[in-house]
Design a protein around this ligand. Sequence first.
Ligand SMILES: *Cc1c(COP(=O)(O)O)cnc(C)c1O
Length: 355
Amino acid sequence: MINLASDNVVGASKQVLEALIAANSGAEAAYGSDHYTAEAEAMLAEIFEHEVKVFLVATGTGANALALAALSPPWGAIFCHEESHVADDECGAPEMFTDGAKLIGLPGLNGKLTAGRLETAIARYPKGVVKAVQPAAVSISQVTESGTLYSLAEIAEIGEVARRHDLGFHLDGARFANALVSLGCTPADMTWKAGVDIVSFGATKNGCFACEAVIFFDPARAEHFGFRRKRSGHTVSKGRLLGAQMSAYLRNNHWLENARHANGMAERLAKGLGGLPGVRLPWPSQANEVFAVLPKATAKTLSDAGVRAAPWYELSISLPTNEKIGTNEVFWRFVTSFETAPDQIDQVIALARGA
Ligand SMILES: *Cc1c(COP(=O)(O)O)cnc(C)c1O
């Protein structure tokens, strides 16, 4: 079985697992006051070249929903891509933890919001008009749900609209490291230098068991976050287990190496699959995901051989307008991880070629 359905089908990396075993011995202060968590926070401040407030949580949904709650009142409007994780894959958690803010999904090709669309959408909700939700925040995903990337200029343009309209700017970085190594920029470039206020810094998919950081660049915005995290049930009592995961993840560039490996495997797969007759890759593969339209016969050959991928939304509004998935085709997402081996990718390509 070669499982490329997601990057969370694998366990934690060896380095993270060993750090957890080491952190298991002895007594430590509880609820995140341990030295592993302090170390993770210090490392993140250095990596982001900025003062940060860091809150570790166990899931990306928790990170996103609580981050958005820190940016929006219950009567707020939160702009996001129509097919974003916050809108489609979190079972209403952002709406619940904001006490009812409205997520406003906007269309955009390749899974991306544009500054222009955002500007137009904001105009529909005039400030001070009581019958309208009030523009409060914008949230983008980097890597996007289509496996694509915002350029630094595109993030900065959205940041500029957010600044002009006094919106908080949230970045869902479930695959932050994969985006970073592809763009070859610094974490600062991709976030606060482009106007981002809060990052959901993912670590689970790229090497941890269950650990994500909510990172604030303005401590004032984080003032009540400790209460939010606790009342949502996301304050882990043996907090050292989160701190140990995050500090091991960041140590010795482990996170960057994992992401580089995963991205390299996706590139290999994209090159191999993309060159086959009858196969189309409607979105550019820019990180560790490959979206492919395959003939049903090819898909069956892969399935029968034990290859797993995730069937994707065939009617996705992010697809190019001329892309129509035929009745004899499937639309699949392949995701590579730090554990994906080159020969697994080569096997998938060989099977598809044989079909
Ligand atoms: C995986 C993922 C998350 C986190 O999801 P959880 O399953 O709650 O950990 C958030 N955003 C995006 C874009 C993701 O792909």
